[in-house]
Structure formats: C-alpha cells, structure tokens
Design a binder for this molecule. Structure first.
Ligand code: PLP
Length: 261
C-alpha cells in the first residue's frame, strides 16, 4: 500500500501539545500524510485553555469538501467538535464522503477543566456521530456522559458501559481506563466479535497533555495497515506508551506538558 493518508477533524491547541498539532505530529511520526479540518481555535498553553473560538459550521464543511474533492483519505479522526452545529456539519460531511476508517475521540473537557464541547452537543454526538464512526474512544467520564450514567469505577462496569455504547449504535468502542485508580492502566476494546483487554503498568508523569488526541490519531494512522482493531490498538498503545515514557525529558512550559512525539 502507498503512504496512508490521514485526516484530523479537530481543534487547534496554540501550545502545540494537543488537538490538531498533536494529531499531525503523530501522523508524521507514524509515516502517514496528514491533513486537517479545523473545528475551533483555542488560546491554550501547558497552563490551560484560556479562550475558544469555534469555526463557523459551513466553513468546517467547506474545508472537508475541499480536501475530499481532491485528496484520497484512508482514515480520519474526529477530536474537539466544540458545539452541536459543528457536530451536525461534520456528520453531514461524513455522509457525503465515504471514509473507510473513522475514529471518534469523544472529547468533552480538557484536563484543566475547560469545556471543549457544549453540553447540548453530547446528544448530537450520540445520535449523529456514533453510528458513523468505525471506533469511538471515550475515557470513563465521557462514556458516562454519553450514557447518562455514573462514571465507571471498576473494569466490570467499564465493560458493561462499552457494551451499552455498542447497543446505542457504536460499531466498536475502546474504553480507556486511565481514570481508574491503581498501578495498571486497562483499556477494553468492545466489538461485535467480542472483548479484548489491554493493560500496562501506569507511567507516572505530570506531562500527559494530549494523550487522548495522540492515541486517536495513532489509531487512524495505523488502522489502514492492520487487519483489525485489536492489532491496531496494540500498535497505537505502544506508540502512546513511548510518547508518555519520554514526556518527562521534555521541558515545555510551566504547566502540564505534552507527551513526546
Ligand atoms: N485542546 C484541544 C484542541 C483538544 O482537542 C484537546 C483534547 O482533545 C485538549 C485541548 C485537551 O487535552 P488534554 O485534556 O490532554 O490536556
């Protein structure tokens, strides 16, 4: 296969650690050609998100249509979508263009607590985007918001919620267990074929900014080269693990620094 063409539909992080910037760095590191459709600008550093400026939904659609009219896209990842109008514009765009692999990172709140998605957009994500995605990658608070239930505190609950998201229309779910207590970080992949547990020892570092963006971008860049989601998740987790392991070596900013690309 020729080089993978990967598209990110996401927000900009002016500090370079998350969002579009992390996605494009990940695509490059994994040998993919990267493209971007911007949904929002953030004024952001390692110290937090200070302002958000959403892109008008028709301009999000214009970016998507312009890129896809010219360039082959093998896989896309969806990150920060900011509001319900942008969610609708992206869902309509995905219906106009058939993209084989679509990873939906259900971004809602930045680690520092700043909202990256309007509350009323959760419903739009659930009804419009869940059925269009090949894989969704919620962390535990995001899964709970999508299901309107309590945040899972055990792996059993985590799996039950993953299955509930499949019943709600998702084709495959990667439940990310980083929010669980303990020295192990378990993720569970739930697909129609069954369930698969991935687990590694937790790496202790304060520099974790952009981990979710990096993982979903790696999943999109790697999926066209793998037979299924299980082997893709294995490879994407290995990339993220290396990025987190080396994060402490970086001296970037005064807050929660980025992982290493
Ligand atoms: N900024 C943008 C544009 C993002 O897309 C994201 C996450 O998806 C974040 C910030 C939050 O990153 P983190 O929660 O890893 O700090």
């Amino acid at each position: 296969m020729s080089r993978v063409h990967a598209l990110t539909i996401a927000g900009s992080d002016s500090g370079g650690g998350a969002g579009i910037q992390a996605d494009l760095k990940t695509f490059s590191a994994l040998g993919a050609y990267g493209m971007s459709v911007l949904t929002a600008l953030t004024a952001q550093s390692t110290q937090g998100v200070f302002a958000v400026h959403p892109v008008p939904p028709d301009f999000v659609a214009a970016q998507l249509d312009t890129v896809l009219a010219d360039i082959r896209v093998d896989a896309a990842k969806l990150g920060m979508l900011a509001n319900a109008e942008i969610v609708h514009a992206v869902a309509d765009g995905l219906r106009r263009h058939a993209i084989e692999h679509v990873v939906l990172d259900t971004v809602m709140i930045a680690k520092g607590g700043h909202p990256l998605l309007a509350l009323d957009a959760v419903e739009a994500i659930r009804t419009q985007l869940l059925p269009l995605a090949s894989l969704i990658t919620p962390n535990l608070p995001e899964a709970a918001a999508l299901l309107d239930c309590d945040v899972a505190t055990t792996e059993t609950e985590m799996c039950r919620q993953g299955r509930a998201l499949c019943e709600a229309g998702a084709r495959a779910v990667l439940m990310k267990g980083g929010h669980l207590d303990g020295d192990i970080c378990p993720d569970w992949l739930i697909t129609a074929d069954g369930e698969h547990r991935f687990a590694d020892a937790r790496i202790r570092t304060k520099n974790t900014h952009g981990t979710g963006c990096t993982l979903s971008a790696a999943l999109a860049a790697l999926r066209p080269r793998h037979a299924d989601w299980t082997t893709t998740v294995d490879a994407a987790r290995a990339y993220l693990r290396a990025a987190i392991s080396e994060a402490d070596a970086l001296q970037i900013g005064n807050g929660i620094g980025p992982v290493h690309h």
